[in-house]
Design a protein around this ligand. Structure first.
Ligand code: PLP
Ligand code: COI
Length: 341
């Protein structure tokens, strides 16, 4: 293995494993050789659909070293399902479920020696791009596509580990168009970039923008949003306007298992102060795991949750999630896929 930086100390997603799985499409079917290949550049036409018309989708999931030394992928089938949904939405050839699953497993098994010990993990990035060389295809789908899986050894997504984040409420600019929010496509991240950078430039303390367009609190640029207290957990009800996080679904299930009352409903901006005075807020995501929110900035107002430190319910839910991910707890919902290690 080549000399690489320590994934725990460099920014998330900047170190890549030695092996990748690739499958170009042919007549709408993906052709996978059945084995991984060395990680490296590939060539494509300068006229490729993805480069001009944004036909790109991706997934993000993780494999975790288990307490018994084995390795397991967290909620593989849910991520496969969401990727197929995203592909359909961009009218890219939809990869066969079994094929996508196998390519992910093959990539993880090939890179097993690069999985960092907990709290590190292996971040898996399945990617699908439209490759048809046709710059006239602005309003037609790409007939050709490339599916590939790359992996990164990773530590924390947010610098500084589990620490209270500062969120800025963005009440005007939407993250993306309402019907596209649930698609995990590069376009959504491109649209959120400028408003996020502009807001961060105005206030250095801001970690993330929480999109609350017209008062509708949905999600940040890379995670879903929750409110919690000792009895209840609240998050925005699902629709097409934001990403249906797999971690979000996991947290809802675990909270119900732990006896919390779970509410999926609109969150009013005006209820934030009340929650802050007696409750907690946190973000959820594959990269973010469960990240406590200490402060929210709304215009000139600063809303501090509790004493601004990670809340007990947030940490309790985080622990129960991590216990399933790393095998220190049982797997009552069948979320772990053990791979050869
Ligand atoms: N929302 C956005 C915009 C994201 O990029 C992510 C990360 O994948 C999430 C939410 C959380 O989704 P998941 O829990 O499936 O990782
Ligand atoms: C993930 O959590 O998997 C994401 O896709 C977030 C990403 C922007 C790093």
């Amino acid at each position: 293995m080549s000399e690489k930086p320590d994934p725990m100390t460099v920014p998330f997603g900047t170190v890549f494993c030695d092996w990748m799985a690739t499958a170009p499409s042919e007549d709408g079917e993906y052709r996978y050789a059945g084995k991984v290949e060395p990680y490296g550049d590939f060539s494509m036409s300068p006229a490729a659909h993805a480069l001009h018309y944004g036909s790109t989708i991706f997934e993000g999931l993780k494999a975790h070293t288990q307490v018994d030394g084995s390795l397991a992928i967290f909620r593989l089938d849910d991520h496969v399902g969401r990727m197929r949904q995203s592909a359909a939405q961009l009218r890219l050839p939809v990869p066969d479920e079994a094929l996508l699953r196998q390519m992910i497993i093959d990539s993880v098994e090939a890179n097993v020696s690069e999985v960092p010990p907990p709290p590190g993990s292996l971040y898996i990035r399945p990617t699908l791009i439209g490759t048809e060389p046709n710059i006239g295809a602005a309003a037609t789908p790409s007939s050709e596509a490339l599916l590939y899986i790359v992996n990164c050894p990773v530590g924390d997504y947010f610098k500084g580990g589990v620490r209270p984040l500062t969120l800025l409420l963005e009440e005007q600019i939407p993250r993306t168009t309402p019907q596209f929010g649930m698609v995990k496509s590069g376009a959504n991240y491109a649209m959120a970039l400028a408003p996020t950078l502009d807001a961060m430039a105005r206030n250095e303390a801001v970690d993330q923008i929480l999109f609350a367009t017209g008062g509708d609190i949905t999600e940040t640029g890379a995670a879903n949003f929750f409110l919690a207290d000792d009895d209840r957990l609240v998050t925005r009800q699902l629709d097409q306007s934001f990403l249906h996080g797999v971690t979000r679904a996991s947290v809802l299930t675990l909270a119900a298992d732990l006896g919390y009352e779970v509410e999926e409903r609109p969150i009013e901006l005006d209820e934030l102060e009340d929650w802050a005075s007696r409750g907690e807020a946190f973000l959820s995501g594959t990269a973010a795991v469960l990240s406590p929110v200490g402060t929210m900035l709304r215009g000139n107002a600063e809303i501090t949750f509790g004493d601004g430190q990670p809340g007990v319910n947030t940490l309790r839910l985080r622990e129960s999630l991590v216990a399933i991910q790393n095998g220190s707890g049982g797997d009552p919902h069948g979320w772990r896929t053990t791979v050869r290690s």
